[in-house]
Design a protein around this ligand. Structure first.
Ligand code: 5AD
Ligand code: SF4
Length: 490
């Protein structure tokens, strides 16, 4: 089904809604009702102002948030706002992240700027959502010092966005709707994809792992898996609409399906998705080493569509620290897992997340992390300085590490990770690889950028009409973490 047909179907549903009737109780009909109501309000304001109304979605944080922002965009377009990239828009929404403290600080900083814009445009609506809003102290602070914000909601009720917009547009005061948790998953709401040829697909929400440093389980709630039929149906629709690559999203995809009425494993889900005709590539994120099964490794080995890339967060190489982090694996288990994966899929690209400066981390612990980095030889690694998150067990642990010590370890780790990453990234030089062409190069319009199965990018000369196509490219030269190449066929 193409994008316009999908829109027409939603239009037909909206057409049948009678706004003189009370709002329906069941979802998603209730949200369709409010979408139509919001559209009326937006139209009215457009007439008054004599110009179209615009919106801007600003996304902080991870791929889950990026996907949520596509849903926010879908709703805002549906109710008649036009997208722009500037925060001078009439409706600005920040989809926030709180995994590390500096993300929070950035939001407060930018809110000050939004306030100055709102003074010039009193119609402006400012909304905040996402993980940061699930923290009670954040909402308190916003109520006290940022009273110009119109709408605040969290991660569990994002499907209610249309309804919340109507409440905010009508009320003229700060609307706050935060749920502590939910077991609800609402299907069939509009969403607007950033790329026509690839898409994120949520397969589960929340996390049950409670790694001792991490705030995600508190702000994203308990693990809930989507029904496999709904996932397959969504991907089939996406493929009919031109999508070639999907990224299956979840905090811990390896525990997918455990709590469904009819439990299925992540590996079994992948087999179902593999069968979808026309789908060319499957990616997924994030894998927890403790739950990565032999069954999954076998499926990856035999798959024609699963990409040669695995993001496998290490966090620390010290078994002692891993235990305190509540990660449920040790250094040896991680290394054995990597060996098994490489034995099954020899050319796989491995990437990871590492935290430096967890409370109590000694120089010896840190050297264990360096040792794992040297042994595994990751293609790339996201390195993070430990950030104290209020409410997590690690925040009250003795022995928080001094900043200067952390900085020194961080620099040493980063240098090592980059040195190895460069060497690893260049190993395909001289080969021909299939790439999905993603965009025109920002700096040089004669060049296109394509993504390889192993997630690395290659720039090559070509016509923009190739965007969204799978093509073969010869990798001429590796420049650090990307390649320059030549297409083998146009
Ligand atoms: N401090 C630093 N990094 C963190 N991460 C999660 N919580 C914290 C924290 N408190 C990192 C982990 C995770 C990634 C998404 O963010 O490495 O894998
Ligand atoms: Fe956080 Fe651990 Fe859950 Fe990942 S698995 S989201 S690090 S608690």
């Amino acid at each position: 089904m193409n994008e316009s047909k999908k829109k027409n179907e939603l239009e037909a549903v909206l057409d049948r809604i009678d706004l003189s009737q009370p709002e329906p109780a069941e979802e998603p009909m209730r949200q369709y009702y409010f979408m139509k109501k919001a559209r009326e309000l937006v139209e009215k304001q457009q007439k008054e102002l004599g110009r179209p109304l615009t919106f801007c979605v600003v996304t902080f944080g991870c791929q889950m948030n990026a996907r949520d922002s596509e849903k926010l965009t879908g709703v805002l377009e549906e109710i008649g706002y036009q997208e722009i990239q500037e925060e001078t828009a009439d409706f600005v929404i920040y989809n926030t992240c709180t995994v590390r403290e500096n993300a929070n600080q950035r939001v407060y900083g930018r809110l000050g700027y939004l306030h100055s814009l709102k003074k010039k445009n009193p119609h402006m609506m400012i909304a905040l959502c996402g993980c940061m809003m699930q923290e009670p102290h954040v909402v308190e602070k916003l109520k006290k010092s940022y009273s110009f914000v119109n709408l605040i909601f969290g991660t569990h009720n994002i499907y209610k966005f249309s309804e919340l917009i109507v409440t905010a547009l009508l009320s003229g005061r700060m609307v706050i709707d935060i749920w502590k948790d939910t077991d609800k998953i609402v299907e069939d709401l509009p969403s607007e994809r950033k790329y026509s040829f690839k898409s994120g697909v949520n397969i589960m929400f929340g996390c049950n792992n409670f790694c001792s440093y991490c705030i995600v389980p508190y702000v994203r709630g308990r693990e809930r898996s989507r029904n496999p039929k709904d996932i397959v149906r969504e991907i089939e629709k996406l493929v009919a609409d031109g999508v070639k690559e999907v990224m299956l999203l979840g905090q811990n995809v390896n525990s997918y399906g455990k709590n469904l009425e009819e439990p299925i494993t992540f590996a079994q889900l992948l087999l179902e998705i593999e069968k979808i005709e026309g789908l060319e590539r499957i990616r997924f994120m994030t894998s927890h080493p403790k739950d990565l099964s032999d069954e999954l490794i076998a499926v990856m080995k035999n798959s024609k569509k699963i990409c040669r890339h695995l993001h496998l967060p290490l966090q620390s190489g010290s078994s002692r620290i891993l235990k305190i982090m509540n990660r449920h694996y040790d250094k040896e288990k991680y290394l054995t897992l990597v060996e098994k994966i490489r034995a099954a899929v020899p050319d796989i690209s491995l990437t990871t997340d590492i935290i430096v400066g967890f409370p109590g981390e000694t120089e010896e612990d840190f050297l264990e992390t360096m040792d794992v980095v040297e042994k595994v030889r990751f293609d790339s690694a996201f390195t993070f300085i430990y950030s104290k998150r209020t409410g997590t067990p690690a925040a009250v642990m003795q022995d928080q590490i001094p900043e200067a010590v952390i900085k020194d370890r961080f620099d040493r780790l980063l240098a090592k990770v980059q040195e190895i990453g460069r060497e690893m990234s260049s190993r395909d030089t001289g080969t021909i690889q299939e790439v999905l062409v993603e965009e025109q190069n920002e700096h040089d319009p004669h060049l296109l950028t394509g993504r390889m199965s192993n997630n690395l990018l290659v720039h090559f000369p070509g016509d923009p009409s190739l965007i969204g196509q799978m093509i073969s490219v010869h990798l001429d030269e590796c420049r650090g973490f990307y390649y320059m190449g030549t297409p083998t066929k146009a």
